[in-house]
Ligand binder design. Structure first.
Ligand code: ADP
Ligand code: MG
Length: 434
């Protein structure tokens, strides 16, 4: 089937000024890989095809076929067919959100799907890329570091993390080139949730577990998580490589390098300057004379979930079985939160079980609070995984009904107009919360 390039369809009300947004959902279909062929070879040839997926990027739809039974259609915000490149994926899933983060919003990118369907590939790129590639890959001029013919294919395969780091620093460079006194601070934190224990992937001495805390000024946060100032895409990638080596992975029969933990990368971008230089994304105008310094803080949270798996299919035993049970439990609690929110939960009508797992606790804002969220659900084409694919598509369509309430995180500091500006800001925030 001819797969046309994915079309970007902004969700309703997704302009930078939008206060109420909803989760934007993309489904990415993985091409056939060696594992699919292995599974197909062991199956009795009862049906004409061993695939159950037909994607239609033009209509942003997926057809899920069960031979001799039925065909179901799922409509999403965007569908990336199996030939979609990493660059197209970035455009569909991340670029707009990274712009929002540069403008002071919180943004979450969430890769969700059965194990072996391409979550880690989408977020980081192929693992071989990380093992072999020097961090210089992120540099805008690869020819300075290695022969272009060697680096180019690997640059093309780089995932959301590399591209987001490049976008952030390119935007900062452009804004700073105006020489009008803006300043930026970018920092990175990295954590994993492994068997309900949170550890800092950039500080392995915390493997005993970090606690989740909540307070009115910080919201929900991980106490003691290290934060590292970063100055270039290279620098980000060096730290990401370091954290990737500390992440729990193993080989299961469904994925030769299965991630056994949920991983979160937190990139904070702080932008300060005179208020008339920090663009007012609420109305496109500027706030003049209010105060000398406006500080905006955007937080980009990139989440590579561990994949759910059927333990009977993956052949897990012992520790692997325990891991799989914990992974499946937290993935189930994510599904329960999304189901409750999609059916109007969180407004008193239904309980949203955020506290059922560390994962959902940390994603509370991403699923209904002060965050714009982009979910990339990954699926494989194989009929063997029909049930898992059906569940993923069901969650993906439900997530489209989940609303969040993102606002620009801005603080005005100093100056004669500071008190008035702070008061105006507080009133604005109160109005948003109503
Ligand atoms: P997950 O993180 O969902 O468990 P991975 O990202 O590890 O899955 O992908 C499983 C395998 O499929 C890897 O070998 C990966 O390189 C391959 N793969 C995933 N998505 C794609 C894709 N879009 N194109 C080519 N290969 C892919
Ligand atoms: Mg993975």
């Amino acid at each position: 089937m001819e797969v046309r390039p994915a079309r970007r369809r902004p969700p309703r009300g997704s302009s930078p000024s939008a206060r109420n947004t909803r989760i934007r959902v993309t489904v990415r279909v993985r091409p056939r890989i060696a594992e699919d062929e292995e599974v197909a070879a062991t199956q009795p040839a009862l049906t004409l095809s061993d695939e159950c997926i037909e994607e239609d990027p033009e209509r942003a739809a997926i057809l899920l076929r069960r031979p001799y039974y039925d065909t179901r259609e799922f409509s999403l915000d965007c569908v990336l067919g199996r030939r979609a490149s990493q660059a197209q994926t970035y455009e569909a899933v991340a670029r707009g959100l990274v712009d929002d983060v540069l403008n002071g919003f919180n943004g979450t990118i969430l890769a969700y799907g059965q194990t072996g369907t391409g979550k880690t590939h989408t977020i980081y790129g192929p693992l071989s890329y990380w093992r072999k590639a020097p961090s210089q890959l992120a540099r805008a001029e690869p020819s300075r570091f290695a022969p272009v013919q060697d680096l180019q294919p690997r640059l093309e395969l780089s995932g959301i993390v590399t591209r987001a780091a490049m976008q952030v620093f390119a935007a900062i460079e452009e804004l700073q080139s105006t020489g009008d006194g803006r300043s930026f601070n970018v920092s990175l934190s990295s954590l994993q949730i492994y068997q309900e224990t949170i550890s800092d992937l950039l500080n392995p001495s915390t493997s005993a577990g970090l606690a989740i805390r909540e307070d009115p000024s910080h919201g929900i946060f991980v106490e003691g998580l290290s934060e590292h100032a970063v100055h270039s895409p290279d620098h980000v990638l060096e730290l990401v490589e370091e954290s990737a080596t500390n992440r729990a992975t193993c080989s299961t029969s469904m994925n030769r390098s299965s991630s056994r933990s949920h991983a979160m990368l937190l990139l904070r971008v702080e932008h300060s300057g005179p208020p008339d230089q920090v663009e007012d994304a609420e109305g496109g105008g500027v706030k003049r004379g209010a105060s000398p310094v406006a500080i905006r803080r955007g937080l980009l949270n990139i989440v590579d979930l561990a994949g759910s798996e059927r333990v009977c299919k993956s052949g897990s035993e012992g520790t692997r079985l325990e891991e799989a049970k914990r992974i499946n439990k937290s993935i189930a609690s994510l599904g329960n939160c999304i189901a409750a929110l999609a059916s109007g939960g969180g407004k008193g009508s239904a309980h949203v079980p955020f506290r059922d797992s560390k994962l959902t606790r940390l994603l509370t804002d991403s699923l209904g609070g002060n965050t714009k969220t982009s979910l990339c659900a990954t699926i494989g084409p194989s009929l063997h995984n029909y049930d898992e694919t059906f569940c993923t598509l069901l969650l993906a369509t439900r997530a489209m009904a989940v609303k969040t309430h993102a606002r620009i995180n801005e603080r005005i500091e100093g100056g004669a107009g500071g008190a008035a500006a702070r008061e105006a800001l507080l009133m604005q925030m109160r109005a948003l919360q109503d």
